[in-house]
Design a protein around this ligand. Sequence first.
Ligand SMILES: Cc1cc2nc3c(=O)[nH]c(=O)nc-3n(C[C@H](O)[C@H](O)[C@H](O)COP(=O)(O)O)c2cc1C
Length: 373
Amino acid sequence: MSQLFTPIRLGGRTYDNRIVVSPMCQYSAIHGDANDWHLVHLGSLAMSGAGLLVLEAAAVEEGGRITHGDLGLYSNENEAALTRVLGFCRKHGSAKLGIQLAHAGRKASQTVPWEGGVALGPDGDPWETVSASAVPFTPDWHTPRAATEEDLDRIVAAFAAATRRAVHLGFDLIEAHAAHGYLLHQFLSPLSNRRTDAYGGSLENRMRFPLRVFEAMREACPRDLTLGARLSATDWTEGGFTLEEATILAGELKSRGCDYLDVSSGGNAARAKMTIGPGYQAPFAAAIRREVDIPVWGVGLIVTPEHAEDLVASGQVDMVALGRTILDDPHWAWNAARVLGGEIARPPQYARAAPAVWPGASYKDGPAPAAAA
Ligand SMILES: Cc1cc2nc3c(=O)[nH]c(=O)nc-3n(C[C@H](O)[C@H](O)[C@H](O)COP(=O)(O)O)c2cc1C
């Protein structure tokens, strides 16, 4: 029996299977508001058969957006715009719905990726960025302002307020984005955190701000939902954040009521030497799971159903999060259910493509049989 297609409980919610649509920025919002792009994109993914669809990194304050096109969850307008999208997802889809909450810190104020993903120039309506220290990501990015105590208090409050908005919108799951070189990761990593106050230096100090944020989110998030975090388990760089440190952080998060960890890596060092291959980040997730005994998601170059099944069945990870794999094939989970013998919910409008009633499904793994004479 397929383990990928068994339910799992994370905190107060149960998910039908172990397939997660990983959060993916669409850079298509206006003033942080979702629109028709999100309706179609997320509407389709909600019907993908995945047990959970996590919405892209949503900024907790306007200045925390990566680009002018980032989704936000800092205003009543942002909340109202998502209501329509989520209504469609719930009416027609089967995936439970999550959202990632983020602040870009020194990586804010960029152009969208298809316009280069570079620091906004004077004509691009740039804004001042904040980070742990006044250290730019690379010399040609904006130099951030080192966050003051007032900045930190405001940002903690913004994460809490966005969490309350997410709860109000009826999300099943909320994820703190502490990975990929964004603000919380900037505090964790010695590469970006050069502070000499209570927020810099020792690991205990570097964890202080991200843990404050998580505690505020936990307070705002009822226990019958799921609350977790995405971590970069390593900076892949000498002198950076390490798996050993990530494991200690994982324990601290668990003791504060973190229901799962979504284990990614990298993003805080432009010249990191990453070793990339199928499931390359899953060993980090497995190590954290072993040491801390917390449910983990594996993510990164998990492409085939057999590989996803093996990662879950072998106990390395509890769920798999799929990014480009699912952009490439939004019905990946339908095919995985067919290949692995799992059960999957399809909208009734598409029921005629189910393998049980569509003979064409059996042609998919090889050459089509010769037509009848
Ligand atoms: C278009 C795109 C947007 C992404 N946006 C986010 C994001 O908002 N938050 C995040 O944590 N990761 C983001 N990621 C990373 C993915 O969630 C995922 O971790 C990564 O793509 C590796 O998985 P894959 O090999 O299946 O693509 C993004 C990736 C892509 C391709």
